[in-house]
Design a protein around this ligand. Structure first.
Ligand code: NIG
Ligand code: FE
Length: 389
């Protein structure tokens, strides 16, 4: 007996599998998708759909893979409205504001912190994000980082240790001692709870040598690197990320030609976070330059209370198209398959047989509407692991 469900009458289906349909998005018009348990069992034209127990009528709307958000900082407490207001009056963004959130996060109870994370995970899911990476980085003591990771792990398999977010105030006079802590006792406690290791390689955070020490220590503990790189300045982050085989270099806003070449030639995904440029009133990363050079590009909202307080991937798609010279197809790919590449996942970011049944139904006939209709809540339904949310 089958438990399969067919979703029929899909106007445009984005499979992200070029062998199944047209172009890099593998588009199929008048399509159907069969879900069996938590997996996609069949994909094709509606008229050829196999018989199933139940059917859902998509009503001539578009279906795409659930968004894969490879970069978030949702383990936090507190609020930075004032800092945002000051920026919108002309004050520049600096990494210093992170310490405001560190103080609030340390003071929060486990219950409050967990409730906050659950809130933002749910908020992202309602907007079509079915895979969400979550970083620590607002604890910055061994205990607070470990509890941040444990709370994150209750919601996702994609947990990232970011003890090297900034140097906390109590180490301001001795940053080297903080790097020793992060690469020593803190890593020992945190590594078992994480898959990834990240570092904010930037002026005012960690320089190239410190970032290398953090990432290589993480690798020795079985973690895979990803790097906050070249967000505010042309630093060494991108080159370091590619050299160490990081899964992604995130931000990539200030790039030299050599940085672009390195990303084009290496396996490191360039993850662009246009919500950060929006919310810090900064120039956007040049996605066109990266794509034309042959780099793999992912998009993420970078949800955090400081530089980018949005969980909306649809907003990032619209920004990428309007401000970063991406085509709608490129932006939708980057928000789904690109995120999956950045997390080295093959089971998400596509709708093809064997993939996890993570699906986003739009209240629109085509995925292009995500950019064409900016700011409109187009997500009509979301399935995660075959379950209708
Ligand atoms: O990705 N750049 C470093 N970390 C975050 C910002 C964190 C904050 O301002 O609280 C980011 O933009
Ligand atoms: Fe970030």
């Amino acid at each position: 007996m089958t438990t399969a469900t067919a979703i029929i009458d899909i106007s445009t289906l984005v499979t992200n599998d070029p062998s199944l349909g047209e172009g890099p998005l593998g588009l199929i018009q008048d399509a159907a998708v069969v879900i069996d348990g938590d997996r996609v069992a069949w994909v094709g034209e509606s008229s050829k759909a196999p018989a199933t127990d139940s059917r859902v009528d998509a009503g001539g709307r578009a279906l795409l893979p659930g968004f894969v958000d490879s970069h978030s900082h949702v383990v936090f407490a507190g609020d930075r409205t004032q800092e945002f207001n000051a920026r919108m009056s002309g004050r520049p963004y600096s990494a210093g504001g992170i310490r405001t959130t560190v103080a609030a996060t340390r003071a929060a109870s486990d219950e409050d912190l967990s409730a906050n994370v659950a809130h933002y995970v749910r908020e992202a899911l309602r907007q079509g994000t079915t895979t969400l990476e979550i970083k620590s980085g607002y604890g910055l003591t061994s205990q607070d980082e470990a509890r941040s990771l444990e709370i994150a792990a209750a919601h996702t398999d994609e947990v990232t240790f970011l003890g090297a977010h900034v140097v906390p105030p109590e180490f301001a006079d001795d940053p080297a001692a903080y790097v020793d802590l992060v690469t020593g006792p803190m890593l020992d406690i945190c590594a078992p709870h994480a898959r990834w290791i990240d570092v904010f390689c930037e002026e005012g955070a960690f320089d190239g040598d410190q970032a290398r020490a953090v990432l290589t220590a993480g690798v020795r503990h079985g973690l895979t690197p990803r790097v906050h790189a070249n967000q505010l300045t042309r630093g060494p982050g991108v080159q370091l990320a590619v050299e160490l085989g990081a899964a992604s270099a995130d931000h990539c806003t200030h790039l030299s030609d050599a940085d672009v070449d390195a990303l084009a030639q290496g396996d490191t995904v360039a993850t662009l976070l246009p919500g950060a440029e929006f919310s810090t009133r900064s120039p956007y990363p040049d996605a066109r330059r990266l794509l034309d050079a042959g780099a793999t590009v992912a998009l993420s909202p970078d949800c955090n209370p400081g530089s980018s307080f949005t969980s909306s991937m649809a907003f990032c798609v619209a920004l990428a198209v309007r401000e970063m010279r991406m085509t709608p197809d490129e932006a939708v790919w980057a928000a789904t398959a690109g995120g999956a590449r950045a997390l080295r996942r093959t089971d998400v970011g596509r709708i093809s047989p064997g993939a996890r049944a993570d699906l986003t139904l739009l209240d629109a006939p085509s995925h292009v509407h995500l950019a064409y209709r900016p700011g409109v809540p187009l997500v009509a339904a979301v399935w995660r692991g075959g379950e209708l949310i």
